[in-house]
Design a binder for this molecule. Structure first.
Ligand SMILES: Cc1cc2nc3c(=O)[nH]c(=O)nc-3n(C[C@H](O)[C@H](O)[C@H](O)COP(=O)(O)OP(=O)(O)OC[C@H]3O[C@@H](n4cnc5c(N)ncnc54)[C@H](O)[C@@H]3O)c2cc1C
Length: 426
């Protein structure tokens, strides 16, 4: 069993199938490609692996190196006939798995994919004519109708095969608090009991702890979304909205599977022609955004929450993203890369499509001409200023900078640049 984004033994269809067939070696490959992930995510991965090692009674085998070499080598070492995985829908993972499958085949072995990190496997939710959905709402309807299986128990007595292990990957020294993977189930039950009923009303208020905070644990598959869906009740408003957020997660994975180029390129290629700022002055603006010193409190609070905690409230993610693209006229890829470096839940599909949504270059939910006003957003979602004060202690002093741009003027500028693209496309 080759673990990747499914770092659990409970409710694990691939592991269950492997255990039903024979003895199993639990393996994780520390791929050199992980070095490019931000420090928060590397720390979380370390902790998830430590928890998985405990959950396997110490049997988890780690090997550092290229997955093709390691998987074929270990399969030969233990005489495995089949290597089980949960399927990966991302561009890197698919290419890697194709290479591993080829190498295994050459040795008379096979790679067998069972399940995925999503409630409904990417590529499954399709129109009657077999085409993919380009828009979220019809996708989510079909997604619900497709449904998901019930969670399954951990294998009773896996009879793990033992093999020598390399050490855990190094844990970066960071100050921020990493969620405890061993407490994932408890966190879900706590949110389910205290937060889920009120989720629809509270999820947009950044000052309030009104969301599940499960994204980092979902990212590494410590929990599978199927459990959250089965244990919530769509006849209750808050639950239904929560389920719909999990549908967004599946939707973006589906979009990325279909259009792997959209990881870093505009989904709507007409926007390749939009005029963006990328010179030295743009770099300076970008740095102010990163540091949380734009002079727009809701933007700065969000950027500081991200730097300090490795997480940012969803409403504020939308606001800071809109500000980068529409007020500063910078490429969304700059912001997406910064997020991937700093988020504990950094995930290529959700992040980069979240950014494309904000930039108006992606699926059609937020057209380009809809520009968030950061001041109005703050008044609406943080009316007492509790959130912005929490993250900007100097807010009321002369140390806090004046707004770095005039929002009304930049809004006009963004719309003019958009009009130019539209005119050129005619
Ligand atoms: C610009 C931008 C970047 C983002 N980057 C990421 C990212 O890298 N990783 C990530 O997991 N989410 C990302 N999101 C989506 C969302 O902000 C986070 O999933 C959410 O804030 C996580 O907090 P939570 O677990 O408390 O969410 P909850 O509100 O409790 O939602 C439950 C779960 O649903 C999923 N979810 C919720 N909202 C979304 C959404 N809009 N898109 C996709 N899945 C969603 C997440 O898995 C989340 O854990 C991004 C959104 C934006 C606008």
């Amino acid at each position: 069993m080759w673990f990747r984004r499914d770092l659990r033994v409970d409710d694990h269809p691939a592991l269950a199938e492997a255990c039903a067939v024979g003895e199993v070696l639990p393996l994780f490959v520390v791929d050199p490609a992980f070095a490019s992930a931000g420090q928060p995510r590397r720390a979380l991965l370390h902790d998830c692996l430590a928890a998985l090692r405990d959950a396997t009674g110490g049997a988890l085998v780690l090997r550092h190196g290229d997955p093709v070499d390691i998987i074929t080598g270990v399969a030969e070492e233990v005489g495995a006939t089949t290597v089980y995985v949960s399927k990966d829908a991302g561009p890197y993972g698919r290419a890697r798995d194709a290479a591993v499958a080829d190498a295994l085949r050459a040795g008379g072995r096979r790679l067998r994919g069972v399940g995925s990190p999503y409630a409904v496997e990417p590529g499954t939710v399709r129109k009657d004519d077999g085409g993919a959905y380009a828009v979220f709402t019809p996708f989510s309807k079909r997604w619900r109708a497709t449904g998901w299986a019930d969670p399954i128990d951990a294998p009773a007595d896996p009879g793990w095969i033992e093999a020598p292990s390399d050490p855990l990957p190094e844990r970066p020294e960071i100050e921020l608090e990493v969620p405890d993977p061993a407490a994932a189930g408890a966190r879900w039950q706590e949110f389910r009991a205290a937060g889920l009923d009120g989720y629809a009303d509270r999820r947009d208020l950044p000052a309030v702890d009104g969301t599940s905070r499960l994204s980092p644990l979902l990212k590494y598959g410590v929990l599978h979304p199927r459990r959250l869906l089965v244990e919530s009740d769509p006849s209750i408003d808050g639950h239904r909205v929560f389920q719909s957020e999990l549908a967004w997660r599946d939707f973006y994975a589906d979009v990325l599977l279909r259009r792997p180029d959209t990881a870093w390129e505009n989904l709507d290629r007409r926007f390749d022609r939009i005029d963006l700022d990328t010179g030295a002055a743009a770099r300076t603006k970008f740095e102010r955004w990163c540091e949380g010193r734009t002079g727009f409190p809701i933007v700065d609070a969000g950027m500081r929450q991200l730097a300090t905690t490795g997480w940012m409230h969803n409403r504020v993610r939308m606001i800071v993203a809109s500000f980068l693209v529409k007020d500063l006229h910078l490429p969304w890829q700059w912001g997406a890369r910064w997020f991937m470096q700093h988020l504990l839940d950094g995930d290529l599909a959700s992040n980069n499509h979240g950014w494309q949504w904000a930039a108006g270059t992606g699926t059609d939910a937020s057209p380009y001409f809809r520009v968030f006003n950061p001041t109005a957003q703050q008044e609406r979602w943080d009316p007492t200023g509790e959130y912005v004060r929490r993250w900007i202690p100097e807010l009321d002093s002369s140390d806090y900078p004046a707004p770095m741009v005039d929002h009304a003027a930049e809004r006009r500028e963004a719309l003019a640049r958009y009009q130019a693209v539209k005119a050129a496309a005619r």
